[in-house]
Design a protein around this ligand. Structure first.
Ligand code: NAD
Length: 558
């Protein structure tokens, strides 16, 4: 079955709130990596449990009244309950498991028995928008890294070595190009290379390292950024780069390393023998994948010693490699390869600035233009927003419903969504617009090796914040609230909350927007202020100044 998101202004549901969520469910399958298996991204991140659950969810959404709430449990519908018109239309919890039971072994055996799924962050919450969802983050990350380490940050004579061109990883060469950087990205699957080449995300595909390095070197001499896709295994190519004597300016990775069974091709395997071995001897696959990751990580350490800026880009590579590293090497890995959040993005999260996004439910590009224009003009005090919108318009290939990811902060999100709600009401926009975000946001995420590594108050593994976030989002009347956890290599490692709010042009939507979006990013600021981050304390103070976006934040100091 092929699913594409419905476009246009005609409703199949009883109201736009449910129709919007149905279109978002369809959209994650339209842009997903293996939609026939309901897999959206990150190797096994699924939209719903199975096709039966899909059909029952569609039916429930089509009949859902605004005073009812559809309850989803790990990707299947379990009830439609009577609530009230200010309550969420959908609440969802995926794979949340008590600590001692949240192990990889239990997860995989329950997965094999079709008793659970991994919902990724945005897959089962129907908030995924294709590679653009992470593109803004990758851009912000590279920008912050360049600003921190180089005097002339965006420069056509610098290059990035990385790997992985999957759902998220394919954002890497595109965001590097936005910063005038060249990229050498290693990918093991020729189909992924061909797909991104066809979308214009890489300039060429090469299958030998010498040729790839020569192309990069020529581009740097000519100060003309190039994006090279190299067919190969990162576990082999990264050490070969070390041996070649080359020194990339930035080194990272975005294979699906978080999942040693399904996400990282071990060295010496073909894609076919990998698939077969996963069936016959999955434990050996995991051991081999971790040994390969260790080889890649050792090469990253060597490149760091050589002067490259090295960091992990949110895929748990260091943790997986650590399973086979000795204690001394393990300590070096965490000391010398920082996580992307602690290293670069926390100052933004402290101000509630994070991966916000909008989806145009009509499917009409003109509607996207109206929202983009509003975002580009409403915040002159932060010119980087207009610059990002301009870059995104020019560089990001379309996928699915027209959408934009844009890093907005506390108060900015609700201000924009309220302006859009007015534009829906007065007809400047032809149909409602959905607002959402990645779960990896200031309040929504706890993952001590990804979102919350090295928190100043040692709260790296504390899941109170995403839980508080979900409670506030539901009380604020968000249209969809989701709480996700674990799965594969993330078992026992993460808890996240996700939100979607629909601007349908009504007064009720304006109230939901104001409440839910401010509560969400406001809690993110409070979390960081509580942990002692000065940027967050400043943001709290600024929220009380006249003309500030968003409601004043009333922090209680302890
Ligand atoms: P994906 O499964 O869609 O793609 C992974 C890609 O890596 C595939 O194309 C695969 O062929 C390739 N690959 C696997 N092993 C390889 C190897 N040894 N050498 C070369 N290529 C190899 O996954 P995705 O959606 O792109 O996500 C990638 C990772 O990023 C995941 O771990 C995910 O959890 C993480 N992630 C991070 C962020 C963030 O904010 N930084 C956001 C979302 C996802």
């Amino acid at each position: 079955m092929t699913v594409t998101a419905r476009r246009g202004t005609e409703l199949r549901c009883r109201n736009w709130r449910a129709e919007a969520l149905l279109r978002l469910l369809e959209n994650v399958l339209e842009v997903g990596e293996r939609p026939e298996e309901l897999v959206v991204y990150a190797s096994i991140g699924k939209a719903v449990k199975d096709w039966d659950a899909y059909r029952r969810i569609v039916y429930a959404l089509q009949h859902l009244r605004e005073d009812q709430t559809l309850v989803l449990q790990t990707g299947r519908p379990v009830a439609v309950l009577n609530t009230h018109t200010a309550a969420p239309m959908v609440v969802s919890a995926v794979n949340n498991t008590v600590g001692n039971w949240a192990t990889e072994e239990r997860f995989y055996s329950r997965l094999a028995e079709h008793k659970t799924i991994w919902g990724g962050l945005t897959a089962a919450a129907w908030q995924y928008i294709g590679r653009q969802g992470v593109l803004g983050g990758t851009y912000e990350l590279l920008r912050a890294a360049l600003e921190k380490h180089f005097r002339e940050p965006a420069a056509p004579h610098r290059w990035v070595l990385t790997a992985g061109l999957g759902g998220m990883g394919s954002s890497q060469p595109i965001s590097a190009r936005m910063l005038e950087l060249s990229t050498l990205v290693v990918e093991a699957d020729p189909a992924k290379l061909a797909k991104l080449r066809a979308a214009g995300g890489i300039d060429l595909v090469i299958d030998d390292l010498d040729g790839a390095l020569a192309t990069i070197s020529a581009a740097i001499t000519e100060r003309r950024p190039v994006a090279v896709g190299l067919l190969g295994n990162a576990a082999d190519v990264f050490p070969a780069v070390v041996a070649s004597g080359a020194r990339p300016d930035v080194v990272t990775d975005q294979t699906a390393a978080h999942d040693a069974r399904y996400g990282y091709l071990p060295s010496g395997y073909t894609l076919e023998s990998w698939a077969e071995a996963r069936e016959t001897d999955p434990e050996k696959v995991e051991r081999d994948a971790r040994a390969s990751m260790a080889a890649q990580v050792r090469a990253m350490l060597a490149l760091g010693q050589r002067g490259s800026v090295v960091f992990e880009n949110g895929n748990n590579l260091r943790v997986q490699a650590s399973h086979v590293l000795g204690e001394a090497e393990r300590q070096r890995v965490f000391a010398e390869i920082p996580g992307f959040m602690e290293g670069y993005l926390r100052p933004l999260f402290s101000r509630g600035i994070g991966p916000f996004r909008w989806l145009i439910l009509s499917g009409d590009d003109n509607d996207l233009t109206v929202v983009d224009d509003l975002a580009a003009t409403m915040f002159p005090e932060r010119p980087e927003i207009a610059r990002w919108i301009d870059l995104a318009r020019h560089h990001i290939p379309a996928q699915g419903l027209p959408a934009r990811s844009c890093w907005l902060g506390y108060g900015e999100r609700s201000a924009l969504a309220l302006a859009v709600n007015e534009a829906v009401a007065d007809g400047r926009i032809s149909a409602p617009v959905a607002f959402s975000r990645d779960h990896l946001d200031a309040a929504g995420m706890t993952h001590p090796r990804i979102g919350t590594e090295g928190m100043r108050d040692d709260s790296d593994g504390v899941t109170d914040w995403p839980i508080l976030d979900a409670m506030l989002l539901a009380s604020g009347g968000a249209d969809l609230v989701a709480v996700h956890s674990g799965g594969g290599g993330y078992s026992g490692w993460m808890q996240s909350a996700g939100v979607t709010v629909v601007a349908d042009g009504t007064e009720a939507a304006a109230t939901r927007i104001r409440q839910a979006l401010d509560l969400d990013s406001g809690l993110g600021v409070i979390r960081h202020a509580t942990a002692g981050y000065e940027d967050a304390l400043d943001a709290v103070q600024r929220s009380h100044e006249p003309g500030a976006h968003g409601a004043p934040l009333n922090l209680i100091r302890n």
